[in-house]
Design a protein around this ligand. Structure first.
Ligand SMILES: CC(C)(COP(=O)(O)OP(=O)(O)OC[C@H]1O[C@@H](n2cnc3c(N)ncnc32)[C@H](O)[C@@H]1OP(=O)(O)O)[C@@H](O)C(=O)NCCC(=O)NCCS
Length: 171
């Protein structure tokens, strides 16, 4: 873990900081699915509420109180998939990328997932095929490649990009 950040659950009071974090992280193309103008208060409140009700939402905070990064994911609703944590998004502020925050957030998410009742057996995510650094991080964390969704993403310059489905089994 980076020495300078501590991790705690997100609350509704973090909405403004999350909005700023996501807008900053979205500036770099090829990372987050949403462009900065798609990151709205309604989007942030929506994922905060879902994570609070049926999932996990964690923030990493610097010693001076800045939000360095966040991760959230939601338990799937149908009983058949109730052991699956899905809809995962992770965002680290550009100033903090490459300093262990993303790895620490994943570590904390996996620890929290193991403690949920009923237990989580599977954590899944999707990432753009061009997000090579993120894919390498997920591989290092133990996520496996499960499939490729050809041409799923349309980039702002009109090119299409495949999405890679990855999952980590916890059982
Ligand atoms: C992907 C992301 C969450 C990784 O978090 P991080 O705190 O930068 O990652 P860590 O410092 O814990 O780990 C570093 C690893 O992350 C990967 N990585 C991804 N993007 C990176 C970046 N911009 N800078 C440095 N490392 C990055 C690298 O594989 C690196 O591993 P390496 O040391 O083997 O090269 C973060 O860079 C980010 O928020 N990027 C923009 C949004 C995004 O792409 N979200 C994921 C969508 S699927």
């Amino acid at each position: 873990m980076t020495a300078a950040c501590s991790i705690r659950p997100l609350t509704a009071a973090d909405a403004a900081a999350l909005l700023a974090l996501h807008k900053a992280a979205a500036v770099t193309p090829g990372g987050l699915a949403r462009m900065p103008d798609e990151i709205t208060p309604a989007y942030v409140v929506g994922f905060l509420e879902k994570a609070a009700a049926e999932g996990i939402g964690l923030g990493a905070w610097s010693a001076d109180g800045a939000l360095c990064g966040e991760i959230h994911a939601v338990r799937m609703t149908p009983a058949l998939f109730g052991h699956v944590l899905s809809d995962l998004t992770v965002a680290v502020h550009p100033d903090w990328q490459g300093r262990g925050v993303g790895s620490a957030l994943f570590g904390a998410l996996i620890t929290a997932a193991r403690r949920l009742d009923p237990p989580i057996g599977r954590v899944e995510l999707m990432t753009g095929a061009g997000n090579i650094g993120a894919i390498r991080l997920y591989e290092r964390l133990g996520f496996r490649h499960e499939g490729r969704f050809v041409g799923r993403g349309r980039l702002s310059d009109g090119r299409v990009e495949d999405d890679i489905a990855m999952a980590l089994m916890l059982l």
